[in-house]
Design a protein around this ligand. Structure first.
Ligand code: AMP
Ligand code: ZN
Ligand code: FE
Ligand code: FE
Length: 293
């Protein structure tokens, strides 16, 4: 069983459509793949239909933009009710924040002498996606101003770059609660990547578990072997589910090939069981629901 629980389509900042994502997952010989676009379920239907067509198991997820003690923290949310009003309103707020900062970001870039227009950015945003920094990076690449998304983030778009504009993100504890009330489960994405490790020490992870956090994405390209070993030990101590995933973005992120990290089937079974319990606790565990998942 090859299980990859973190991927992005062009409904956020990946380069392949939801259908293309699922076809690529089959090509990569995955048995289970999760679609986890940033703050949106827009790709779920197309991905589900393709998964049914090609006989691969799709897990419906999102990667939520949250903040904890001033730092950006990414939270994977799986198997939530896509119609849950609170979660929907919150993700819409995040998406609006991402979209609405673009004019200010372009002004700052222009002030810094980087000539990029709103039209450039529109051209770089696939239909149905919300413009995020990766699309602005693509626009910079198209203009020949940088060589890659990575270079764009390292020079102008990162937190210390001249084009940085802070946007809204959900407080982490609120997000964990909201996902539970929407019948889903939460796993911290790449928790010990450089940006978030400082605010996610073991004591904090214990508190987050007590607040409902289910798991930690231990096997991720942002974690080297030493970090993985240390984080795996913390997960064991805290009885948190351990996942491993690619964080694939199609051609949008180098060295994140589908299946480059995978999740142990037993850990995946724990996640599915927890999601069933969460759905029941949220009052939506009827047969039809289960069948739809
Ligand atoms: P935004 O949500 O618009 O603020 O953009 C943040 C997103 O950009 C993250 O969620 C990543 O998917 C992507 N990203 C962050 N750093 C990099 C990088 N160095 N190279 C490519 N993509 C990145
Ligand atoms: Zn992304
Ligand atoms: Fe992330
Ligand atoms: Fe991601």
């Amino acid at each position: 069983m090859r299980i990859d629980l973190h991927t992005h389509s062009s409904r956020s900042d990946g380069t392949e459509s939801p259908r293309g994502l699922v076809l690529a997952a089959r090509e990569a010989r995955l048995d289970v793949v999760a679609i986890t676009d940033h703050d949106t379920t827009a790709g779920w239907e197309e991905a589900s239909a393709t998964a049914a067509e090609v006989g691969i198991e799709l897990v419906r997820g999102m990667e939520l933009s949250t903040r904890h003690e001033g730092r950006s923290v990414h939270l994977l949310a799986y198997l939530t009710d896509p119609a849950d009003a609170d979660l929907l309103a919150e993700t819409e707020r995040v998406v609006a924040g991402r979209r609405d900062r673009v004019p200010a970001l372009l002004r700052k870039l222009n002030d810094a002498g980087v000539e990029l227009t709103a039209e450039d950015v529109d051209r770089a945003t696939p239909p149905g996606a919300v413009t995020g920094r990766p699309h602005i990076a693509d626009a910079l690449v198209a203009r020949g101003l940088v060589a890659s998304r990575e270079e764009a983030f390292a020079t102008v778009l990162g937190p210390n770059g001249p084009g940085y504009v802070r946007r809204y993100a959900t407080p982490l504890l609120d997000a964990i609660g909201m996902v539970a009330r929407a019948g889903g489960v939460t796993v911290l994405a790449h928790p010990w990547a450089r940006s978030s490790r400082a605010v996610l020490d073991a004591a904090t992870l214990a508190r987050l578990r007590d607040a409902g956090l289910l798991g930690l994405e231990v096997d991720h390209q942002d974690h080297d072997d030493a970090v993985r070993a240390e984080l795996r030990a913390v997960a064991r101590d805290l009885d948190l589910v351990v996942t491993g995933s690619s964080d694939w973005h199609g051609a949008g992120k180098a060295d994140h090939e589908l299946g480059c990290n995978t999740t142990d089937p037993e850990q995946y079974a724990r996640l599915r069981n927890a999601a069933r319990d969460a759905a029941a606790a949220a009052g939506r565990a009827d047969e039809a629901d289960e069948a739809r998942r």
